[in-house]
Design a protein around this ligand. Structure first.
Ligand code: FES
Length: 276
């Protein structure tokens, strides 16, 4: 049984600003009924100040509470101020949400972001929030979750596991096919932030083999080549290029620019690769 704060219960039992604004200036939508919950946020402006906000939601108690408190948080604020609100702010304002329900705060933030896009334009909203628009690449096709949504959830909430990402975005919560990509995204983020956990020698060896097998080898195979892992000594990875790659005049370049770059990026920046 999940523990809810008094504030969540209050906003669930007495939701504020429920309904529709017929002459709304901005409307934002998030979620989808196919995925279990959805939210529509209506905003009425006075200049660039949010004069009124209302919502309609189909979802659980946490979705109602998140939407309700969001309307209170944005009424009276300028659009610029509203654009700085994150899902973490929504959850904090509710005195927290159970981990498994954090996706409700994310849905609130996404509806707000969607509404603001219509005012500022997509790139400006994303820029104001500190991340760039790199396209709407879908990572989780089961729940239609984009790469940007996952980056944002990881970054804003400091997520460190795939399970946490699922709690916050739903991504990974059905067939699980996207879990590998999500795990890579978390590792990339932690590495960039210098928070990556030091791998034990055994973990490092396993990771190097996995990256070679799953990411490097399939790419080389496309050109009729392949790679064999021969040995690992500290940070020196000894490999043998095979097939078309073995006699290729660009073998040295392939090792440095492709194999070594991927291993540095995915495993450890201190890695060097040698052909044996
Ligand atoms: S693709 Fe993400 S759970 Fe199925």
């Amino acid at each position: 049984m999940w523990e809810y704060s008094e504030k969540v219960l209050d906003h669930y039992r007495n939701p504020r600003n429920v309904g529709k604004i017929d002459d709304a200036d901005l409307i934002g939508e998030a979620g989808s009924l196919a995925c279990g919950d959805s939210l529509k946020l209506y905003i009425k402006l006075d200049g660039n100040i949010i004069k009124d906000a209302k919502f309609q939601t189909f979802g659980c108690g946490s979705a109602v509470a998140s939407s309700s408190i969001l309307t209170e948080m944005i009424i009276g604020r300028t659009l610029e101020e509203a654009s700085k609100i994150t899902n973490k702010d929504i959850a904090d304002e509710l005195d927290g949400l159970p981990q498994e329900k954090m996706h409700c705060s994310v849905m609130g933030h996404e509806a707000l972001e969607d509404a603001l896009k219509k005012y500022f334009g997509e790139d400006e909203v994303l820029e104001a929030e500190g991340h760039s628009h790199s396209g709407e690449k879908i990572i989780c096709t089961c729940f239609n979750v984009t790469e940007n949504q996952i980056w944002e959830a990881i970054k804003v909430n400091g997520l460190k596991t795939v399970e946490e990402v699922t709690n916050y975005t739903k991504a990974g919560g059905a067939c699980g096919r996207c879990k590998g990509v999500i795990k890579d995204m978390i590792e990339t983020y932690l590495k960039k932030e210098g928070k990556a956990q030091e791998l034990t020698p055994t973990q490092k060896i396993l990771k190097i083999s996995k990256v070679i097998e799953q990411q490097i080898s399939p790419q080389l195979q496309k050109d009729g080549g392949d790679i064999e892992l021969i040995d690992i000594e500290g940070n020196v990875v000894k490999v043998k290029l095979t097939g078309m790659c073995s006699g290729c005049k660009n073998a040295a370049m392939t090792l440095k620019n492709f194999v070594e770059t991927i291993l540095k990026d995915k495993v450890d920046s201190a890695i060097t690769v040698e052909q044996v």
